[in-house]
Design a protein around this ligand. Structure first.
Ligand code: GCU
Length: 332
């Protein structure tokens, strides 16, 4: 799909464009907002956003709907943040880590072992009492966060051997998301972190540029990383949320009433995705195992201890520290 400047994405697209653009089948509406997504259209967040678009079209009498562009069609996550800032794309689902590059306080939502469970994470992400001003803190950079999806739990996988201890990661180059926190985390865990966009990972492991990566079971199985890195070790070190971002201009182009409808239906989308996510992770694990991948359960305590210095290194402002405390308090 060629990216055309479409009046900041705020105008109604040409008739029938939803059919011709290869997105996930948006309902007709005067304005069809573009949603950038890096995984396939069957993934929980894409499904939930597509259904959200349908409800939005219905409840706004056809004024608005959403079209999800999956598979990095609009670019890798890092690029799609810029497209949202520029007004070329209206919404994007991006890993929380990427927003640390705009406001380092976001790190409080992205640290290793900060959440005890998917329920804990979900209770945090969409509670304004906890997130406070964080989600509107980068509006001066044209980014507004509307809320967060749980994207499962991430563990390391590689092409050479099962990881039982941090020592087993020595000498291994492991792909991480594009934030300094992730690079440093992998170093503390015993390996070498190499930041990279998701789309390049398979080939990089296949060609030996990387030894492996770290991600949830769904990415592992669905992007076929299990073919090139058959050892998946449950270090369970990260639960990085996927945040739904927009630009203030795009979002506020809707009337107050329509915005309220959107936000109300977004809560339903979070719930739908949550249920699907838990299911998809279990199914993906089984599919990868069936295809020959080997899963092992190391003792996570040594990994948890190894990454502890990250807390002091990364929680450098009062806001970040308070946020981290609130996140932890929500676990108890
Ligand atoms: C997960 C997450 C994505 C992220 C990806 C990655 O799938 O949901 O938002 O892009 O991991 O590792 O890049």
């Amino acid at each position: 799909v060629a990216l055309t400047a479409c009046g900041g994405g705020f105008e109604a697209p040409a008739e029938g464009s939803a059919e011709t653009t290869g997105g996930a089948g948006a309902p007709e509406a005067e304005t069809v907002f573009k949603v950038a997504f890096n995984q396939n259209a069957d993934q929980p967040e894409a499904v939930a956003m597509t259904h959200l678009g349908e409800r939005l079209a219905e409840r706004t009498d056809g004024r608005y709907s959403l079209e999800v562009f999956p598979n990095e069609t609009l670019g890798a996550q890092k690029d799609t943040v810029e497209l949202v800032q520029a007004g070329t794309v209206d919404f994007a689902l991006v890993a929380g880590s990427l927003l640390e590059n705009f406001n380092p306080d976001f790190v409080a939502l992205n640290l290793p072992y900060v959440y005890d469970s998917q329920e804990h994470q979900e209770a945090v992400l969409n509670d304004p009492e906890i997130t406070g001003d964080l989600y509107t803190s980068i509006e001066d950079q044209n980014i507004r966060v509307l809320g967060g999806f749980s994207a499962g739990t991430r563990s390391v996988y590689n092409s050479s051997h099962p990881i039982e201890t941090p020592e087993d990661l020595a000498g291994l180059k492991i792909r991480v998301m594009e934030s300094d926190t992730n690079t440093r985390m992998l170093e503390l865990m015993g390996g070498t972190g190499t930041p990279m966009g998701q789309g390049e990972v398979y080939t990089a492991i296949q060609s030996g540029v990387l030894d492996g990566a770290e991600n949830n079971e769904s990415i592992y199985a669905n992007l076929k990383h299990d073919e090139v890195a058959p050892y998946y070790s449950y270090t369970k070190h990260l639960m990085i949320p996927d945040l739904l971002i927009t630009s203030p201009e795009a979002f506020d182009s809707m009337s107050e009433e329509d915005r309220a409808v959107f936000l109300e239906e977004l809560q339903v989308a979070f719930e739908e995705s949550s249920e699907l996510t838990a299911k998809v992770m279990t199914e993906s694990q089984a599919a990868a195992e069936e295809a020959g991948a080997e899963f092992n359960e190391p003792d996570v305590a040594p990994f948890r201890d190894a990454v502890k210095p990250l807390l002091d290194e990364k929680l450098t402002t009062d806001t970040a520290k308070d946020l981290h405390d609130s996140v932890r308090a929500a676990a108890e």
